[in-house]
Design a binder for this molecule. Structure first.
Ligand code: SF4
Length: 695
């Protein structure tokens, strides 16, 4: 019997530890790792079904070139030659990578190094752009770095947990279980701020069904109220922050009194007072925010409106206190650490001349990118415009998951050369590939991931690579070698790559530089226990940051950001009278290429749907289970109706998961608009004007 292997769940950003052990009958038993700090043995429905996703049905097992099985040699040479040809003829800006929070940190590191240091372009963006980009931008504005100050334990130690735009019960189930247990043991008060009533509201002491997009007004009103109530931490403001006076004055102008806030947020005065009094009266407060905040044309401002309230009260980095962004993907944070976004460099550096120079010298890079690259939505529009002539998609399915998906499909169809590396052979995106590269999947590959509380854990393989599948880091390194850079990409293992990544975090770094926040010198890949960065040799991991200031800004102070309430980019109209919101359901993950393999996960919700309020259903003469056509300016989909009081009037909700394999149409993102936050570039996936008519 094979010894048990300790690894990490490949789904959400909770990052639960998993133990895989042989069941003695040729299969694998999956259980929660009792020693992992994130989950202490717990798993949700998706994680506990992982053992049922390990079959080879649908796997991509061999390289494919122009539709026929090919050798690795031919496939790798084709990719290297075509990318080199495009770069020679059109320049480095004419090629791009679109990567994924499903990649391991080591895969991400190598892809970034190749594109940003050797090809000389920063046109590498990631599906994390759809997930966390607004929180990243908000944190960089406020803290000076892409840092989550606290940890999961804070949700258990808080007296008040405020959940903003987060259906934690379905999207981060094990963290929700921890919160519910704390509530039953110590009476934690829970406030849910979400336009619709979700499963998370079952545990809420107060549900604020705010008008979509009014979050900034609500938190500006809170900041003004904290001032009126004398609830500020004047000492923290004076010694650890800048910009308070401007932000406070502006918030007061924006949210001049509670009546104005209530009106603007679509709430009663009593609801506003109750929330503000709860926040004012509970110093141990954690505010959790997720996609309802991030996936917005004002997402960055929403993040800063929340963070302002925590800075004003000094509730940051102390046990049971802090603003807390929960990540959607298993490795969205690990990818960010190595510069996974088009506007970042590795080790938390940006595109300043100093950072470009430092990373370039560390890599001994022949052609460092000199400026930020194209963010996801802009990247695919550049492909459609003919500016990008070679694209490599790794471990993601943009034909379904990006907004205005039909346009993305047209862009992929028009791109002269498309490479897709994936474990799955037939996705909506692989259909456009000139070259398909079979990647090792969960249970096969080795590396690290970082969860929402900055905790780095190992993913470990316990299965052989099937067919000719290879790890992503190997595939990228082989292409780099064939493009002429074999020495710089001569990695023999993920451990080699992690060691280089850790060395970069310490390069010319005496601890005083801003990027020291991501120090990894105290992490040993081989023996790695789940560890929170920064992890220095001298001090090990770090549970919390910033309780006494020490922000990674030039003067070590946090910055209040002046933000003003604004409506979402698009409004309902006579033609499109509803607002369409999209999101996850409990038992599926992303575009269902893995969870769709497990029949029991479909017993919770078996098919795509659109949910609406009973009054709207009556007006449209629709009843439960009817079919209806949902339409926006971008596209349409025919969906089953769910009538529920959980939806406010005028608002629709549809899950994001189903693709053409499951639904017969292009999925809900055929309807969502390619409108983005001007700072973060994150798309507004939760606010698309739409119409609904009986089928
Ligand atoms: Fe996996 Fe997230 Fe479920 Fe944990 S909560 S088992 S990380 S999907």
């Amino acid at each position: 019997m094979t010894a048990a292997v300790r690894t990490t769940c490949p789904y959400c950003g909770v990052g639960c530890g998993v133990v895989a052990s042989s069941d003695g009958a040729g299969g694998w038993a999956i259980s929660g790792d009792k020693e992992h700090p994130a989950n202490a043995g717990r798993l949700c429905s998706k994680g506990s079904a992982l053992g049922e996703t390990l079959g080879l049905d649908g796997r991509l097992l061999h390289p494919v070139v122009d539709g026929r099985q090919a050798s690795w040699d031919e496939a790798l040479a084709t990719v290297a030659d075509r990318f080199s040809d495009v770069i020679a003829e059109h320049g480095a800006q004419a090629v791009a990578f679109y990567v994924s929070g499903q990649l391991l940190t080591e895969d991400y590191y190598v892809a970034n190094k190749l594109m940003k240091g050797f090809i000389g372009s920063a046109n590498i963006d990631t599906n994390s752009r759809l997930c966390m980009a607004s929180s990243v931008a908000g944190h960089r504005r406020a803290f000076g770095g892409d840092v989550v100050p606290g940890n999961y334990e804070d949700l258990e130690l808080a007296d008040l947990v405020v959940l903003v735009g987060s259906n934690l019960a379905w999207c981060h189930p094990v963290l929700y279980q921890r919160l519910i247990r704390a509530k039953s043991e110590r009476g934690t008060r829970i406030v849910v701020i979400d336009p619709r009533r979700t499963a998370t509201c079952d545990a809420a002491d107060l549900h604020l069904a705010i008008r979509p997009g009014s979050d900034v007004l609500l938190f500006n009103g809170l900041l003004a109220h904290l001032g009126r109530a004398g609830a500020m931490d004047q000492d923290f403001i004076a010694t650890c922050t800048n910009g308070f006076a401007e932000a406070f004055l502006s918030a007061g102008d924006d949210a001049c009194d509670m009546d104005a806030v209530a009106l603007g947020c679509g709430l009663t005065l009593g609801e506003i007072q109750e929330f503000y009094n709860l926040f004012t009266g509970n110093s141990k407060t954690v505010t959790v925010y997720s996609q309802g905040v991030n996936q917005s044309s004002r997402g960055t401002d929403k993040v800063n409106a929340i963070v302002n309230c925590h800075l004003a009260t000094g509730r940051i980095g102390k046990s049971g206190m802090g603003p807390f962004s929960v990540t959607g993907q298993p490795n969205a944070m690990g990818g960010r650490e190595v510069g996974g976004l088009a506007n970042q460099l590795a080790a938390h550096m940006g595109f300043t001349p100093d950072d470009i120079d430092r990373v370039g010298r560390f890599w001994q890079a022949p052609r460092m990118a000199q400026r930020e690259g194209l963010k996801a939505v802009d990247l695919f529009q550049a492909i459609e415009a003919g500016k990008i002539k070679a694209l490599w998609v790794m471990a993601t399915n943009p034909a379904v998951s990006l907004p205005d998906a039909d346009r993305v499909n047209r862009a992929l169809a028009s791109c002269p050369f498309v490479v897709v590396s994936d474990c799955v052979g037939d996705t909506d995106t692989t259909a456009y590939a000139d070259v398909l590269l079979p990647a090792a999947g969960w249970g096969e590959k080795d590396g690290t991931v970082t969860n929402s509380e900055r905790r780095i854990s190992r993913q470990r393989g316990f299965l052989p690579n099937p067919g000719e599948a290879k790890p992503d880091w190997w595939i990228i390194s082989q292409v780099a070698a064939r493009m002429g850079w074999s020495d710089a990409f001569a990695y023999q293992s993920p451990a080699d790559i992690f060691a280089e990544h850790a060395a970069l975090s310490a390069f010319e770094n005496d601890g005083s530089r801003a990027f020291d926040i991501g120090a990894l010198t105290g992490v040993d890949y081989d023996t790695l226990p789940p560890t929170q960065w920064p992890a220095r040799k001298s001090s090990g991991g770090t549970a919390r940051l910033f309780a006494e200031g020490g922000f990674p800004t030039p003067d070590a102070r946090a910055r209040f950001v002046t933000v003003q309430a604004a409506t979402p980019a698009m409004s309902a109209s006579a033609e499109y009278p509803f607002i369409l919101n999209t999101g996850r359901i409990r038992d599926q993950w992303h575009t269902m290429t893995r969870t769709g393999l497990v029949p029991r996960l479909s017993s919770h919700i078996a098919e795509p749907f659109v949910a609406l309020n009973p009054a709207d259903a009556a007006t449209l003469n629709l009843t439960d289970d009817d079919l209806a056509v949902l339409r926006s300016a971008q596209g349409d989909a025919t969906l089953r109706i769910r009538v529920t009081r959980d939806q406010p009037q005028g608002q629709l909700f549809a899950p994001m998961h189903w693709n053409r394999h499951f639904s017969g149409n292009g999925g809900i993102n055929a309807l969502t608009a390619p409108v983005t936050d001007a700072i973060s570039g994150q798309p507004e996936l939760k606010h698309t004007p739409a119409s609904l008519t009986p089928f």
